[in-house]
Design a protein around this ligand. Structure first.
Ligand code: NAD
Length: 485
């Protein structure tokens, strides 16, 4: 005779009030009756609910770690009885043993996971608090955008800001602060202090009441600021130099790559942190692309930025032009050929500005100074390679890691390179430059220190996470102590 199984109600194994049963048979063998199970009625349900209400009152007051321990023991018992249960399940339900074993394993995993969840044994929440006065030090090349990347999230988080713009762009900073005040920002929430980095910037970084510093500028200045902030235990975001490369493979759309490299290398007169300063080209398309590039670069119109016909404006100041001239000389000495540019423009009317011709250096080899060091001007070094692997190696073999770009039609190559190019940003079929407000922006290696601007990441930087525990058990719940003792 098959066994009559029972309900479990109010702490006991009991027969159904109805006295009725149904058979449970093996779906693989209808002669195999596993047992007879209660055909229960509403009365059984009512009794079960009444008991469960008492159970709830007791269990909900049992501390979560104790509840978790019971579930842990459940998991352990399932481990012990895994094979028996799997076999019983297969007999009743029909699926193969490997599947019923997997079914039990899921129960084991769920029990053990529930156990660890039980360690969350206090009512708790976390929220973000502002930090204090944020010191913001910015470069010349994005006089409005970069200050806003720092200032707006810092303000949103509830910090006050102390802003020191680069010496070359104080007027845009002034206009920005006027707008903040006009918009209703309480006047003491923003402070604008103009002056030299080595005086004003240094004093901000060294001030003990400026606990958070965000800097964008050269790696040299960032290192000085980093040393001070490290010594003073300040929170610091660094966005620094770059030596960004565009890789053009032999299957690339060359017209697209040509437009991209002109824009990437000579836009903002090469003074973007993400500017394309290296062009790494596959040998099969090298000569064609370089010829087209020089032709277009020669035709770019230099002039004042306010003139609508101008393609390339001046460098920021005399020192910046001297630096470009110095590096073009270094490139020549290293054996690079100046295919186009390489000097000041002769055109009348440009002699009073810091203009420099868009310059293409060809025959550059990996390791040359013009290939390794940031020039920050309209100078593009072209390096010929034989494969994508070599291109990635050349791209990565510099101390910076801000942006990279790959032109190819091969989707597999593109996805591989996305992982292998050692930069914070990679573009596929677009030049190295650009940023979007909703995406994290920043670089690896000596370009940054692990923080990002933009996206939600920047809100992490300008706030402290606070956790609050509320214990309403009325008893001391001893933390960090073995509950067995
Ligand atoms: P910079 O380092 O000369 O100056 C940046 C700022 O730091 C300026 O406001 C300057 O006054 C200040 N400063 C200088 N010395 C200081 C000191 N000792 N203590 C505190 N502050 C000091 O840079 P720059 O010439 O204005 O800008 C160009 C550099 O910025 C390039 O290297 C470029 O790659 C980099 N940059 C990087 C990013 C990025 O997001 N990674 C963006 C834009 C520019």
């Amino acid at each position: 005779m098959p066994e009559n199984f029972k309900n479990f109600i109010a702490g006991e194994w009991v027969a159904p009030r109805t006295g009725a049963y149904f058979e449970n048979r093996n779906p693989a063998d209808s002669d195999d009756v596993i047992g007879c199970f209660p055909r229960s009625g509403p009365d059984d349900v009512t009794r079960a609910v009444a008991s469960a209400q008492r159970g709830f009152a007791q269990w909900s007051r049992t501390p979560a770690p104790i509840r978790g321990e019971v579930l842990h023991r459940v998991g352990d018992l399932l481990v012990q009885r895994k094979e028996d249960i799997a076999r019983a399940m297969t007999r009743e339900m029909g699926k193969v043993l490997a599947e019923t074993r997997g079914d039990v394993q899921e129960g084991i995993d769920t029990a053990h996971y529930a156990h660890t969840e039980g360690r969350r044994n206090k009512w708790a929440m976390s929220f973000r608090r502002p930090i204090g006065v944020a010191g913001l030090i910015t470069p010349f090349n994005f006089p409005l955008a970069i200050p806003t990347w720092k200032m707006f999230p810092a303000l949103l988080c509830g910090n006050a800001v102390l802003f020191k713009p680069a010496e070359d762009v104080p007027h845009t900073a002034h206009l920005l602060v006027e707008i903040l005040l006009e918009a209703g920002l309480p006047p003491e929430v923003v402070q604008l202090v103009h002056g030299e980095g080595s005086v004003v910037g240094k004093a901000m970084v060294e001030h003990p009441e400026v606990p958070v510093v965000s800097f964008t500028g050269s790696t040299e200045t960032g290192s000085i600021i980093g040393a001070t902030c490290g010594r003073m235990h300040k929170r610091l975001s660094l966005e620094m130099g770059g030596k960004n490369a565009m890789i053009v493979m032999d299957d690339a759309d060359l017209d697209l790559a040509l437009d991209g490299v002109l824009w990437g290398a000579f836009g903002t007169t090469g003074q973007r942190c993400t500017a394309t300063s290296r062009l790494i080209v596959h040998e099969r398309v090298h000569d064609r692309l370089v010829t087209l590039l020089c032709d277009r670069a020669e035709r770019m119109r230099l002039g004042p930025g306010l003139d609508a016909k101008t393609d390339v404006g001046p460098l920021i100041n005399e020192d910046a032009r001297k630096k470009v001239e110095y590096y073009v000389g270094v490139g020549r000495d290293e054996g690079a050929q100046v295919l186009t540019g390489g000097g000041r423009p002769a055109a009348k009317g440009l002699e009073r500005g810091w203009f420099y011709q868009p310059t293409v250096l060809a025959g550059v080899r990996a390791g040359m100074r013009v290939e390794q060091e940031e020039i920050f001007g309209p100078v593009l070094s072209v390096i010929k390679v034989g494969s994508l692997d070599e291109a990635v190696r050349v791209n990565n073999d510099v101390k910076y890691g801000l942006s990279s770009s790959l032109y190819t039609r091969d989707v597999n190559a593109a996805f591989r390179a996305m992982g292998e190019l050692d930069t914070g940003i990679t573009y596929v079929n677009a030049p190295t430059i650009g940023a979007e407000a909703h995406l994290p922006f920043g670089g690896v290696k000596q370009t940054g220190n692990g923080h990002r601007e933009g996206g939600w990441e920047v809100y992490d930087f300008y706030s402290e996470t606070k956790v609050v525990y509320v214990d309403f058990s009325g008893k001391l719940q001893r933390a960090q102590i073995d509950t067995e003792t």
